[in-house]
Design a binder for this molecule. Structure first.
Ligand code: GKR
Ligand code: MG
Length: 430
């Protein structure tokens, strides 16, 4: 008989190299925080998970990890209750509410779910290893053998500002349409992606329209998306929808909040996708009733894990709303988790987002690869990936050496190094 009592939980905060990718709030810092979670059972099985690593997540993850010991690995529903109990003790976390981040309203509840997801994935990985089954089998079984991802194009600088410690990459700058097309070509050649998403909200809308037009010219008939993270007014959103309606698969979060999205949706035929106005189960009713979105981009991190992702997909199916996947800077553990759950979602009609190609560093012995824009669903037990302890230790040492300035993602602060007057732009920006 297996003894699946959790006896040890390890939390390893790390800093991972990140290129100078631009978004409406600023620019990515040279290193981004992530948290690697390991759970170990009485009979020696270890499972890994990954989630956000900023201080506020760590503050919740630490007491959570302590209280997880002694519980059963298979008690996945209990993780949510445990998170509630831990959050009650950590009252600072209860106060964490911030409107308008890149993933919608930041609430204490969402923060809790983001922490739960790291542990849920680690428990599923360990459970799969203990039973000799892949995670997708624990979720009910895959309905496809590989998952399609989209190229995630970013406006970017060639390098982080001079004098800032960083890792250099060779992607070069992309601030003009021709450079965006060159970036897309490289994504296509290297990874075989066939659909392209451009992160917008960076330059005035006409410049971004020109970039999407250039992509449409270079890749005729391919699915294209533009995501300004809610930076536009309703009027601007409608103008962009009109200009690009013939080439867009969908427009992602053109305007901020469900009422504005609903108005845009009502007045254009271009489908709208979101990872900002539907980010929790509580936000679904208003958005679906108002027909504000046609595609929900799930993110297992802040939706509370892989099983909640499946539940969201079922709700979307019931309402005839499409579902796909949002991404933030992440490593291979999360890509494996995303791939397992995406493989189990029947109506996944859009290629998923992933930042993974932008991350040259990882904590796995072998990186996951894209072929024809797709990741094969891992078939080994659990997530089917293996932690590289040396790489993990290296990235953890970087976190330890940091004076605290990079331990919390702050794209506006990173932008102020170049532009000291920069503040997070008021919305709508255009
Ligand atoms: O990495 O800069 C970024 C993105 O803007 C990210 O933070 C967003 O959450 O990719 C995300 C999105 O689709 O909105
Ligand atoms: Mg988005």
């Amino acid at each position: 008989m297996l003894d699946l009592t959790i006896t040890e939980v390890r939390l390893t905060p790390i800093l991972v190299a990140d290129p100078p990718l631009l978004n409406t709030q600023g620019v990515h810092q040279p290193y981004t925080p992530r948290l690697v979670v390991e759970v170990v059972t009485a009979d020696g099985t270890t499972g890994v998970g990954e989630t956000y690593g900023d201080t506020k997540y760590l503050e919740l993850a630490r007491p959570f990890a302590e209280r997880l010991k002694g519980r059963q690995l298979s008690d996945l529903n209990g993780l949510f209750t445990l998170a509630d109990e831990v959050a009650v003790d950590a009252s600072r976390v209860e106060d964490a509410v911030d409107v308008g981040g890149l993933r919608g309203v930041q609430t204490a509840g969402k923060l809790r779910l983001s922490v739960v997801s790291g542990f849920e994935v680690a428990c599923l990985d360990a459970l799969g290893k203990a039973l000799g089954l892949p995670v997708h089998a624990l979720l009910g079984g895959k309905v496809r053998d590989s998952v399609e991802y989209s190229a995630y194009l970013f406006y970017r600088w060639a390098a982080h500002p001079a004098g800032v410690p960083c890792e250099q990459d060779d992607w070069g700058a992309a601030v003009e349409p021709a450079q965006v097309v060159a970036q897309a070509r490289r994504f296509e050649e290297r990874y075989g992606f066939t659909s392209f998403k451009l992160k917008g909200g960076v330059f005035p809308p006409d410049e971004e329209i020109a970039a999407v037009r250039a992509l449409a010219g270079a890749f005729p008939g391919r699915p294209l998306r533009l995501d300004p993270n809610g930076a536009w007014s309703v009027a601007t959103s409608l103008r962009v929808a009109q200009e690009l309606g013939d080439v867009l698969e969908y427009l992602e979060d053109p305007a901020l909040g469900t009422p504005a999205m609903a108005e845009v949706a009502r007045r254009t035929g271009v489908p709208l996708a979101t990872n900002m106005c539907v980010t929790t189960f509580a936000e679904i009713r208003e958005a679906f009733t108002k027909d504000a979105v046609q595609v929900v981009l799930c993110d297992h991190h802040y939706w509370g894990g892989l099983r909640n992702t499946g539940q969201l997909a079922a709700v979307c199916r019931a309402f005839g709303v499409g579902v796909s996947m949002h991404s933030n800077t992440h490593l291979g553990i999360s890509l494996a988790a995303m791939t397992h759950v995406a493989a189990t979602v029947p109506d996944l009609h859009h290629a998923c987002d992933t930042h993974y190609p932008w991350q040259a560093e990882d904590v796995l012995t072998e990186r996951l690869t894209f072929t024809g824009g797709r990741v094969a669903v891992p078939e080994g037990p659990g997530l089917g990936v293996e932690l590289d302890r040396e790489k993990l230790a290296f990235l953890h040492r970087r976190w330890l050496a940091d004076d605290g300035s990079l331990r919390d993602r702050d794209d506006a602060a990173a932008m102020r190094i170049t532009d000291p007057q920069w503040t997070t732009p008021a919305v709508p920006r255009w």
